[in-house]
Design a protein around this ligand. Structure first.
Ligand code: PLP
Length: 442
């Protein structure tokens, strides 16, 4: 246990482990842009100071002030089994003394790749990356390299990481060129991506009719979860598949959120529609940094060193990350976990709908398994435009009141919440009691 005592020594020696969240955030802002390493963590969408976490276990985060919070963010998705799952911690503890990175192949890369390809038939080959963003970046380059076409279609409200070609917003109409959604992205690059409204087949039809021969790929979250959780309308995914086949474009499903979450096989195990390429992340790394791109072997073989499309990573396939991911995936083979998640989600949904009814509130609630969003709008949310009708101030108020009661919901109306298998019915009931006291008609 030499490594643990070294950690104890480090923790004792570090004054930072004794500081409170306000002090830490003030110091962080001086040395990290915005005080964070990823923007949503700054609580900008809801206001206030983010809390810092000392440790996490099961369904709980423990703040630097020693408060226990029931966590519905789950590190933005990976922690489907809860925090510090004993088997993942044990696997990592056994692996640690063997070294943290080799820079040459290790057996676990092959083991996890075989595990996935044997269970998800639409993944014939897979390449591991360090994040979902990297996987999306590789997918776009691969699609362009494979089809030798320049243009991409994406959808408003879908997020695929901070990839230049995908960080674009819609122009004024379906056929107008998109604009950069961040400073630093050149207009000519943004103009190669069409950003269309989700769930509107007509916009797709028009774009394919005019530019079909130039479109390399359509990329989407099949169940978008980055404008809050949104469902595809019946027939939308089928229509997309048909158009891609007709025009020779690749269909890319981003299952970074839904993969291994809504079922072991993600969305593609629940529908008959299969993508040519699929992106994974979050759960696949068991809480360590892993992303992946997988799909048809004839396309994947275009990646270097087999093919001409370059993609690489110093830490890709890192042994610790592969072991954490493989351990989590193996645990998920127990179908009872998905049943537990469904039961917890269903109890939460029934309770929330009951509360809304009692208080005569007309909000829009969406859930699939352990993913959910409560939109503070009376509109039916079907795309980004309708999601944006939500009352963000009301959401922010609800967020802070829940936090005061020890419940941590996503710090933005447009982030999906997650339940883990470590949550209990008691956690759910405490959450419902808190919501009941908060969600009063104004
Ligand atoms: N794709 C989707 C659907 C995501 O939700 C995210 C991140 O939240 C990404 C891609 C990017 O993944 P990462 O943050 O690991 O780069």
């Amino acid at each position: 246990m030499a490594s643990l005592s070294a950690f104890d020594k480090f923790a004792r020696a570090s004054e930072f482990t004794t500081l409170d969240s306000t002090t830490l955030f003030a110091r962080a802002k001086k040395v990290l842009p915005g005080g964070v390493n990823s923007p949503v963590r700054s609580f900008k969408a809801v206001g206030g100071t983010p809390f810092f976490v000392q440790h996490a276990s099961g369904s709980r985060l423990f703040t630097c002030e020693g408060r226990a919070l029931i966590d519905y963010v789950g590190s933005w998705g990976p922690m489907i089994l809860g925090h510090a799952h004993p088997e993942i911690i044990s696997a990592l503890s056994h692996a640690l003394p063997h070294g943290t990175s080799y820079g040459v192949p290790n057996p676990y890369e092959v083991e996890i790749a075989e595990w996935i390809t044997q269970r998800l038939p639409w993944i014939e080959k897979i390449r591991f990356t360090n994040s979902g963003t990297e996987a999306a970046l590789a997918a776009i380059r691969l699609a362009r390299g494979y089809t030798r076409r320049p243009r991409i279609i994406k959808f408003s409200g879908c997020y695929h990481g901070h990839v230049d070609s995908l960080l674009v917003k819609a122009g004024s109409g379906a056929l107008t060129l998109s604009q950069p959604d961040s400073a630093g992205i050149p207009d000519p690059l943004a103009s190669l991506t069409f950003c269309l409204p989700f769930n509107q087949p007509e916009a797709l039809d028009q774009t394919f009719e005019k530019f079909g021969e130039e479109i390399a790929a359509v990329i989407l979250e099949p169940y978008p979860a980055n404008a809050g959780l949104i469902f595809p309308r019946s027939g939308f995914l089928e229509h997309l598949r048909k158009l891609c086949d007709q025009y020779g474009a690749l269909l890319i499903f981003d299952e970074v959120m839904t993969g291994f979450r809504v079922s072991l096989g993600g969305i593609q195990a629940l529908t008959s529609i299969k993508a040519d390429l699929t992106l994974y992340g979050k759960i696949i790394g068991g809480g360590l940094p892993v992303g992946a791109i997988g799909g048809r072997a004839d396309i994947m073989d275009h990646l270097a060193p087999e093919g001409p499309v370059y993609q690489a990573g110093t830490l890709s396939g890192n042994p610790l990350a592969m072991i954490a991911g493989l351990t989590q995936l193996r645990l998920l083979e127990d179908q009872r976990i998905y049943e537990t998640l469904e039961n917890l989600g269903s109890r939460l949904e029934t309770g929330i709908r009951e509360i809304l009814k009692q208080h005569s509130l007309h909000y829009c609630f969406h859930r699939i398994g352990s993913m959910f969003t409560l939109f503070f709008t009376d509109k039916d949310v079907i795309d980004l435009e309708t999601a944006l009708t939500s009352n963000r101030q009301q959401y922010a108020d609800c967020f802070h009141k829940l936090l005061a009661k020890g419940i941590y919901w996503p710090p933005s109306q447009f982030e999906t919440a997650f339940i883990s298998a470590a949550h209990s019915f008691e956690d759910i009931d405490r959450t419902l009691d808190a919501l009941d006291s908060i969600l009063q008609p104004s």
